[in-house]
Design a protein around this ligand. Sequence first.
Ligand code: PLP
Length: 479
Amino acid sequence: MSGAATNRPPSLDKLLASTAMQVLVEQAGRTATTAAARAELDAWRAAAHARAAGDGGSAAPALPFDLGHFEARCAERLARDAAPALRPVFNLTGTVLHTNLGRAVMAPEAIEAVTTVMRGASNLEFDLVSGARGDRDEHLEGLLRELTGAEAATVVNNNAAAVLLVLAALAERKEVPVSRGELIEIGGAFRIPDIMRRANVRLVEVGTTNRTHLRDFEAAIGPKTALVMKVHTSNYVVQGFTASVPPAELASLCHARGLPFVEDLGAGTLVDLTRWGLPPEPTPAQSIAAGVDVVSFSGDKLLGGPQAGLIVGRKDLIAKIRKCPLKRALRLDKMTIAALEATLKLYRDPDRLAQRLPTLRVLARSAAEIADQAERLRPLVQQALGERVNVQALRCRSQIGSGSLPVDRLDSVCLALGAPAGTRRTGRLPEQLAAAMRALPVPVIGRIEDGMLRLDLRGLDGAEAERGFVEQLRTLRLD
Ligand SMILES: *Cc1c(COP(=O)(O)O)cnc(C)c1O
């Protein structure tokens, strides 16, 4: 019966009884296969109906029903439905920590730790020595103290949550002075003034956009002040005629007035990045040493771990933060705790960090190494794409991303895909190429610039990734 084309489809029951459909039932289950068959049958009926109606009843032949075709369509539909919605992609955008593409890539140690803790019960909140209830923060607190020099630490879902929690726990219904130069908006509608309102804290704006002095803070502090907050201007710079108060001076002022000094550090790398030729970025350890009482930072930015908000600082203040009811609502899951612990442990051996932590490895790749890779890949990509596209290796500048070091760029090399020289400029070619790249089994995400699709090879890290990228290009369909 397979392959036979008739003008009327058999009943659903008959269809499901065919050998090919029975194989699908075996693989995907009866419910899903029946649903797929029904949907394909409906699609055939709609097409048959459209054809009959379309020509006003003239000589158009009726749409034949082809069983083999139907079975293949059902198999395709089931495969499509079974594929995960969240899929791996190649991030060749040139933005290493791309929020829309999932930010940091985990180290093998973190992946291993997560899968282990997922498989069964764990001592998440259980003290194995006393047999009593434990605290989930304990798995990370020692490490965070060691790596930042802080007295205590706690962790929540992301840094936005950390800022909200710190404010709600330490400043509810009170005033918090912040420099006007630091009233930031981070992508995804995180704005300091809004967060303050949500935390039921009154923002007191201090100084001006470009210049804020210690005397401005002195004047802003009053009987209702709960703490002073400093916010890292992650995604922009204030340049030119500017002044801001060094953290150590602000810390002295706060402490003289008996107030905590809090800092939202944003990206928060734990090590000096200049060692790998990267631009400097402040560390939580520096903030703590300068006298900051509570510092918060992200887990999945420069730190290279899972999404998390890390809060380190004075013991009494961290205890207050832990007791805030919001902490329970924002607490970390065991998988994140496992990944974070494994990631933080890599920092105990800074000498090997750039080999073991993918984010740092990608950021630290030299332009010369990427240029070699481009030379290797250019002919292969040119061959896969054919004559309609010209593939060049061009110098470019990668960025770190996620509001880390907004103006610093890293020298890199991209494959630039455009119209061949001498041909009429085909206006839509870059968009067509971008769409074809996104349609690959592992979608390739680049960026369009100067009429070309640019694939920054900094993000193509390692021989395995390179092989996977090249092999699937054969299936690229440009139409
Ligand atoms: C990125 C950032 C945040 C938000 O951190 P998430 O971990 O993305 O929630 C908050 N403040 C600053 C200064 C940042 O750079």
